[in-house]
Write a protein that binds this ligand. Structure first.
Ligand code: HEC
Ligand code: HEC
Length: 153
């Protein structure tokens, strides 16, 4: 009995080893590794896309993904970036402490109170200085991976 069990164990181990080496031989082709369907050696041209071209004051805003989400930038920003220590064009239009919470169509949405250390003294929270860290302009492109997120209903 004991001998039989040992033989069975040896057999199953041998089979497992064989299965392992068969799996090793089945290599993954280099065009099947990532999202790109070309060889990993190839440098494919990036897909061309264009940001929305409307300048500020067109009166357009984009839907919010969910409550509390940073609103997407609805206008062109190419003339307003990069944001540097010396220059931040975004605050030039959006920093209006007297207007917090008072949106007007076609006017720069005032920065919310959360973006200030103190609204009364007009002290911006420097953690919010680089606006494009959270607010991004939008382009119509095919997503690399589809996503079923429904957003705000
Ligand atoms: C010349 C003024 C101006 C500048 C500079 C500007 N904006 Fe705006 N922004 C506007 C106006 C006006 C709107 C309202 C929509 C419209 O009419 O274009 C707006 C809308 C927005 C909104 C949407 C707010 C909402 O209610 O959904 C975001 C976000 C935004 N801007 C971010 C930025 C960022 C980030 C920068 C800098 C890269 C920037 N803006 C620079 C004028 C400006
Ligand atoms: C760390 C992320 C972050 C940074 C940086 C940031 N924001 Fe925001 N912003 C948010 C979030 C989240 C909201 C929505 C929740 C809220 O109102 O606080 C928001 C809301 C807004 C709104 C809409 C206000 C309203 O009343 O609907 C505007 C306009 C805006 N931000 C502009 C800016 C500008 C301009 C800058 C740069 C000076 C900036 N934000 C920097 C995250 C950020």
């Amino acid at each position: 009995m004991k001998k039989l069990a040992l033989i069975a164990m040896a057999l199953s181990m041998a089979l497992a080893a064989q299965a392992g080496s068969a799996a090793d031989k089945k290599a993954v082709a280099d065009d099947q590794i990532g999202l790109s369907k070309t060889s990993v050696e190839a440098v494919p041209d990036p897909q061309v896309f264009h940001y929305r071209s409307n300048a500020p004051f067109s009166g357009q805003v984009l839907p919010r993904a969910y409550q509390g989400a940073p609103p997407q930038v609805p206008h062109e920003i190419k003339d307003f970036v990069p944001i540097t220590r010396e220059s931040n064009m975004c605050v030039g239009c959006h920093q209006q402490p007297d207007m917090v919470g008072k949106k007007m169509k076609g006017q720069p949405t005032p920065l919310p109170a959360s973006h200030y250390v103190d609204v009364k003294t007009n002290t911006l929270n420097m953690g919010r200085y680089t606006c494009t860290q959270c607010h991004t302009p939008q382009a119509t492109v095919k997503p690399l991976v589809d996503n079923t997120f429904g957003g705000k209903k």
